[in-house]
Design a protein around this ligand. Structure first.
Ligand SMILES: [Zn+2]
Ligand SMILES: [Zn+2]
Length: 254
C-alpha cells in the first residue's frame, strides 16, 4: 500500500512536513510574505496591505467594477453561475503564493490561502442577501492530472473554506473525464465546448445535487471557461443554482 512501504514516495517528506506544520499551527512562524513572526503565517501588516485593499468587484464575474455593480458584459451575457466571489485579484504577491501552493509541493499554504478566501466570503456574504449554499464542490482535475500532482489544489481550498462556513463538501460528485484538450487556436466558444464535454456528474451523484444550491471552488479564475463548463454540467445534473468561489481573479482579458 502506498505510504507504508520502505521506499517513501517523493512527496512523503513534504507531506510529513505539512502534517508537522499543522501540528504547530498557532505557534509563531514567519509571515510567508515579509518574514516577520506571527501566528497565522500571514502577518497583520501584510493582510491589511494585500487583502484589505481590494477594489469593488462585479458580483457576477468578480472583475473590478465601480461601486460593485453588475458590469455591462455580465448584463449583456450573464454567466451560468449566479455569483462569483473572488478572494483577491491575481497579481503580486498572490501569484507567487499560488505557484508555490500549486506547483512546488507546498500544500501547507492551503490553510493560509483558504483563510484569505473564507474571510472575504464572510464579509461579502454578510453584506448581501446570499442564496444559502447546500454543498461545496471543487473544480475537479482529471484522474491522470490528479495522479501526477498528488492533490487537487481546488479541493484543498474547498474543504477548508466549507469547514469555515459549516458546510458539507464533496470532491467526488463532479468529474473531469479527461484533461482539457489543447486550447490554442480555438475560438472562445470552441474552448468552452471542449471543457463542457470534459465535465460530468455520474447518475449516482445526481440525486445529491438535485435541487441543491452549490458553491464551486477554484484557485484561479481567468477566462471563466472552466467555471462555465463546470456550472453547466452541475445545472444539467439537476442543481438548482451554482455560485463560484475563487481565491484569485485575473484581470479582464485584453
Ligand atoms: Zn507579513
Ligand atoms: Zn461582470
Amino acid at each position: 500500500m502506498s505510504g507504508t512501504g520502505a521506499h517513501p514516495a517523493p512527496g512523503a517528506t513534504a507531506s510529513l512536513a505539512s502534517r508537522l506544520g499543522s501540528l504547530v499551527h498557532g505557534l509563531p512562524r514567519p509571515c510567508v510574505l515579509c518574514g516577520s513572526w506571527d501566528r497565522t503565517g500571514l502577518c497583520r501588516q501584510c493582510q491589511l496591505r494585500f487583502v484589505a485593499t481590494r477594489p469593488a468587484l462585479c458580483p457576477r464575474c468578480a472583475l473590478p467594477n465601480a461601486g460593485g455593480a453588475t458590469c455591462g458584459r455580465c448584463l449583456r451575457e450573464p454567466p451560468p453561475y449566479h455569483r462569483c466571489v473572488a478572494g483577491v485579484l491575481y497579481g503580486f504577491p498572490w501569484d507567487r503564493l499560488i505557484t508555490r501552493f500549486k506547483f512546488r509541493d507546498q500544500p501547507e499554504l492551503a490553510t493560509l490561502l483558504a483563510d484569505v478566501l473564507a474571510d472575504v466570503l464572510t464579509d461579502v456574504l454578510a453584506q448581501n442577501q446570499p442564496t444559502p449554499v447546500d454543498l461545496v464542490l471543487p473544480v475537479p482535475l482529471s484522474a491522470s492530472r490528479l495522479a501526477e500532482r498528488g492533490y487537487n489544489q481546488a479541493w484543498e481550498l474547498a474543504r477548508r473554506v466549507a469547514a469555515r462556513q459549516g458546510l458539507p463538501a464533496d470532491a467526488g460528485l463532479l468529474l473531469r473525464l479527461r484533461d482539457t484538450p489543447h486550447q490554442v487556436g480555438l475560438s472562445r466558444s470552441e474552448r468552452t465546448r471542449n471543457l463542457h464535454d470534459a465535465m460530468w456528474v455520474e447518475p449516482a451523484g445526481r440525486a445529491r445535487l438535485a435541487g441543491r444550491q452549490l458553491a464551486l471552488v477554484d484557485d484561479v479564475l481567468t477566462t471563466g471557461g472552466t467555471a462555465v463548463a463546470a456550472t453547466r454540467a452541475l445545472l444539467a445534473a439537476g442543481a438548482a443554482g451554482v455560485q463560484v468561489w475563487v481565491l484569485a481573479r485575473t484581470p479582464a482579458p485584453a
